[in-house]
Design a binder for this molecule. Structure first.
Ligand code: 5GP
Length: 163
């Protein structure tokens, strides 16, 4: 993993996971570990745009589950359900196609990095409004100092690496 100062903007210390995914052995180990930690049977794996997609699809395959993309606003043809959350400056919106999330489906949410938790909390809210049961969230990396877990009280949060 690389640590890149001032990306994507000044003052941000960005953890670049791409070298891990580019290594076939490490990529396979990451996918296997995320799948092994899944809390019980999973119907759908929801991956957050865009690096979450790279992990959600292979984990879904490993679990025999389907995959649902959680996308930034305006990327998915409707109907969509959306959730808006606060950023340091402004807001962001995430969307899913609710017809891809059957009522009561057991959903595992996957992303590369848990930072402040805003994206993950909005994703949980969005999927549950669509009728899902979010049974857990899994991340490759948790940035512990940012306390993202505080926005996910009572949730099963699994991380492979805490920085
Ligand atoms: P949060 O909403 O938890 O603050 O931010 C999480 C989202 O931003 C995730 O979708 C994640 O991909 C991205 N993100 C935030 N910080 C980093 C970082 O240092 N490295 C990477 N790879 N992604 C990050």
């Amino acid at each position: 993993m690389r640590t890149v100062p001032d990306f994507p903007e000044p003052g941000v210390l960005f953890r670049d996971i791409m070298p891990l995914l580019a290594d076939p052995v490490v990529f396979a180990e990451v996918v296997a570990a995320l799948a092994a930690d899944a809390p019980g049977p999973i119907d759908l794996v929801a991956g957050m745009e865009a690096r979450g997609f790279l992990l959600a699809a292979p984990v879904a395959m490993a679990l025999g589950a389907g995959v649902v993309p959680v996308r930034k606003a305006g990327k998915l043809p409707g109907p969509v359900a959306s959730a808006t959350y606060a950023l340091e400056y402004g807001t962001a919106t995430v969307e899913v196609q609710p017809f891809t999330v059957p009522d009561g489906s057991r959903v595992l949410v996957i992303d590369d990095v848990l930072a402040t938790g805003g994206t993950a909390a909005a994703t949980v809210d969005l999927l549950e409004r669509c009728g899902a049961e979010v049974v857990g969230l899994s991340f490759l990396v948790e940035l512990g100092a940012l306390r993202g877990r505080d926005l996910l009280p009572g949730r099963a949060v699994d991380v492979l690496l805490t920085l």
